[in-house]
Design a protein around this ligand. Sequence first.
Ligand code: NAI
Length: 460
Amino acid sequence: MKNITKITCIGAGYVGGPTMSVIAQKNPAIQVKVVDLNTARISAWNDEDLSKLPIYEPGLAQVVQEARGRNLHFSTDVAGAIAEADMIFISVNTPTKTYGKGRGQAADLKFIELCARQIAEVATSDKIVVEKSTLPVRTAEALKSILDNTGNGVNFHILSNPEFLAEGTAIADLHAPDRVLIGGEHPEAIAALAQIYEAWVPKERILTTNVWSSELSKLVANAFLAQRVSSINAISELCEVTGANVEEVAHAIGKDSRIGPKFLKVSVGFGGSCFQKDILNLVYIARSYHLDAVANYWEQVILLNDHQKMRFAEHIIKTMYNTVNGKQITVLGWAFKKDTNDTRESAAIYVADHLLAEEAQLVVYDPKVSAEQVYRDLDSLGSRTPADNRRLVRVENDPYIATANAYAVAILTEWDEFRSYDWERIKKQMKKPSFIFDGRKLLDKIALVNLGFHYYAIGE
Ligand code: NAI
């Protein structure tokens, strides 16, 4: 079996950065280079000040500190890193296509293809190429065709090794994964990759399959997870009209060992860069094989999620006497979940957009998201001009300043710190009546009602 001494990862994002940091931490004898075209991102990965790393993840800074400079390196020299590596991970973004055939559903594979072409052009020795990005089933076939037809006659073995980490718990997930999945045809290549993980992952947790099963499993895992969220969110609306309590229902059904308690937490809707994109991709693949019943079934998970975000925003407007025009609503939380600075597809963006359409004045506070990111997210929707977004939205970095003079507070991310705020102090400085709309069912209802708040939690 080939002994891997040099790994390169193309893409220093939310997956490439943490994943390679842990691989380097656990394999000190392997040199790991993470490369990216984005020079600002690479400089941030190399920043002496670890609080400036481009990604916030609990525990990440310590891992980077341990391995960086020893056997973990971040660089913009993509070609050089490809040339010297025995094994190349492709961990670039695979967003939903915004143009042409499959627009709005299919995965955009232009970044993947660019990587394949660059690997083919640069490689002068045999390489194992690992798909780390989430890809449509049978992408490996296209990769192989590009590599074999445009390359310099060297051998490429392609493996699928999808990543199952969750943002916010990436390091814990990488340190103790439920499973590592490796799909491939070539036993030696599979063994070479498995050996890297075996440095810290028990052998029985390393699963091997054919490439197509591996590629599809990642899409299916995300579809099943998102489906649970949409299922409990659908029930939350039923609870609200019947007097049932969604948390009690979730607890009662979760005790059934066939159902299990995880991923049954009601919310204003799932976000993040993956769930929606991967389900849309699954739907697109099913449709392209004319499996309309399958496609429609999974599409409903997304439609319900959109509905959940909208009905939360609608409820705010209705409760505030059917008008939020000119009223200050403070949004607590902008990231798509706690313990990350990632805002991609965050429910907060869509709830805010709906309130802004009604000319609400928003003040946003998130412990890890910058003002620039909030404006970027709103501008990217194209719902109004950037000038109007700045006129209607203010971003604060202190929760007490953010809530002063608010008519209502909307909790849109489940950050732990929101629980420990001095809500009595906040109540005193808000307009009366003071509303709280808790999109995460995070706060202590009884305590807040006792303080005089009008408190609404989703699913009650
Ligand atoms: P990201 O957008 O944070 O990072 C991707 C990086 O690749 C960017 O920094 C970009 O500049 C770089 N890049 C793109 N094309 C390049 C090229 N030709 N050469 C060099 N660099 C290039 O994306 P993220 O979140 O890390 O996702 C990557 C893949 O992993 C996606 O396929 C995603 O679906 C998958 N994934 C993401 C998870 C997550 O929680 N974010 C979890 C599991 C899988």
